[in-house]
Design a protein around this ligand. Structure first.
Ligand code: NAD
Ligand code: WQD
Length: 368
């Protein structure tokens, strides 16, 4: 299917999942406009686009428009909507670190909840009524039954990040109920991992990674000494936590399918996961095989707030969006490892990585 003739606003499009989704959108000929305040994205200079978007342009040979906009600033949002006519909005922009959200709840509610409300207001003022929203399996909290379906109980979240995602889903549902003009799709991601197959676009965590896969990758590359495995006494086959890891490119494609199969009206929810869980020890083994590196680890106490097991029933997305996750845990580890090796410091100090030796693109010419 083609996106020709449609213009998509991507908020947070300079982030991990956003940039990979922009790439897939461009590949099927959507016009893409990204807004991002760069609070979690790297830009070599204010004269340039964020590094990940320069790489997206190099890989796709297509243009992506970028505007530095904070979604909590209504005037900035308005100015973008005045400039373009959008057919749809994919809303990634958010703060996402669970631990930080406990320390800074107001920041999280302001960006994730207030920022979303302001965006919806500006959309309505400009007659744009379609949105694809980045939700999370975190809205399920502690599962009472597995696999998790879209009908499973939600709202039992233990931290402000999770609560903010849950609150926004409630707001979106009420909004769609209030006016049939709205069509909003909430995609509940399970555990996104991996990188673009080129190894040029991936996750660039700030400081010590909170999540398993980027931490393992940094151990493998020698940046960190060993992994702490949080608990080996869970009620799981090997005692370590089990999650449904999903390749970020499969996830990105899920957004395209959500646009192509969007209903004319109402609020829809879809799980995006593979339907298969892997334990921490299984992920370590898969990463060892993919990288050929040893991954030293030690078992430590459980991390507060963690659950034993989470995996998706993605049959609704399979059926209604014609979407299936096609990449397995080996692909996820191999692509993460390629990205990690090519970009040991993430996007910083890395322009030579894409164009080793003589590069035809002068970075100073790759301006916004
Ligand atoms: P990310 O931090 O890489 O991307 C988010 C982007 O939003 C960043 O580029 C950041 O600079 C931008 N941003 C933050 N605050 C902003 C603001 N006020 N105005 C404009 N831009 C702002 O995160 P990601 O992993 O790509 O996550 C994208 C979305 O997916 C988020 O909504 C997140 O909650 C959701 N999600 C992520 C995961 C995950 O594990 N990565 C899982 C489930 C859901
Ligand atoms: C996976 C497994 C850990 C790190 C988090 C957020 C969730 C969502 C995705 C956005 C667990 C174990 C981890 C480490 C470990 N984000 N682990 N050592 O916790 O499932 O989900 O990211 O919506 O909201 O909570 O992902 O990658 O942190 O952990 O042993 O250094 O790895 O205990 O079992 P999680 P994760």
């Amino acid at each position: 299917m083609s996106g020709k003739g449609q213009t998509i606003l991507v908020t947070g499009g300079a982030g991990y999942i956003g940039a990979l989704t922009v790439l897939e959108l461009l590949n099927v000929d959507f016009e893409v406009v990204v807004i991002d305040n760069l609070s979690n994205a790297y830009q070599a200079s204010s004269q340039q686009k964020p590094e990940c978007l320069l790489r997206v342009e190099e890989l796709t040979k297509k243009h992506v428009a970028f505007h530095s906009v904070d979604i909590t600033n209504k005037e900035e949002l308005n100015s973008v909507f005045q400039k373009y006519k959008f057919d749809n909005v994919i809303h990634f922009a958010a703060l996402k670190a669970v631990g930080e959200s406990v320390a800074k709840p107001l920041d999280y509610y302001k960006v994730n909840v207030t920022g979303t409300i302001l965006l919806l207001e500006v959309m309505r003022e400009h007659g744009v009524y379609r949105m694809i929203y980045s939700s999370s399996a975190t809205v399920y909290g502690l599962p009472d039954k597995l696999p998790l379906t879209e009908e499973s109980r939600t709202g039992n979240c233990t931290n402000p990040y999770g609560k903010s995602k849950y609150m926004v889903e409630q707001i979106l549902q009420d909004l769609c109920f209030s006016n049939k003009a709205w069509s909003i799709t909430s995609l509940r991601y399970f555990n996104p991992v991996g990188a673009h197959a080129s190894g040029n676009i991936g996750e660039d965590p700030n400081g010590v990674p909170n999540n398993l896969m980027p931490y393992i990758a940094q151990v493998a590359v020698g940046k960190r000494e060993k992994l702490s495995v949080y608990g080996k006494d869970y009620d799981t086959p090997d005692g370590t936590g089990v999650r449904d890891y999903i390749h970020v490119t499969d996830l990105a494609v899920g957004h395209l399918q959500a646009i192509f199969h969007q209903k004319p009206s109402g609020f829809q929810i879809y799980n995006l996961g593979t339907g298969r869980g892997y334990s921490v020890l299984e992920v370590i083994e898969a990463f060892k095989a993919a990288s050929g590196k040893d991954i030293p680890y030690e078992i430590v106490d459980r991390r507060p707030g963690d659950i034993a097991t989470s995996y998706a029933d993605a049959s609704r997305a399979n059926k209604e969006l014609a979407w299936h996750a096609s990449r397995n845990i080996d692909d996820m580890c191999k692509d993460t490892w390629r990205w990690q090796q090519k970009n040991p410091d993430g996007y910083k100090n890395s322009s030579s990585v894409i164009c080793p030796g003589a590069c035809s693109l002068d970075s100073k010419k790759r301006a916004v």
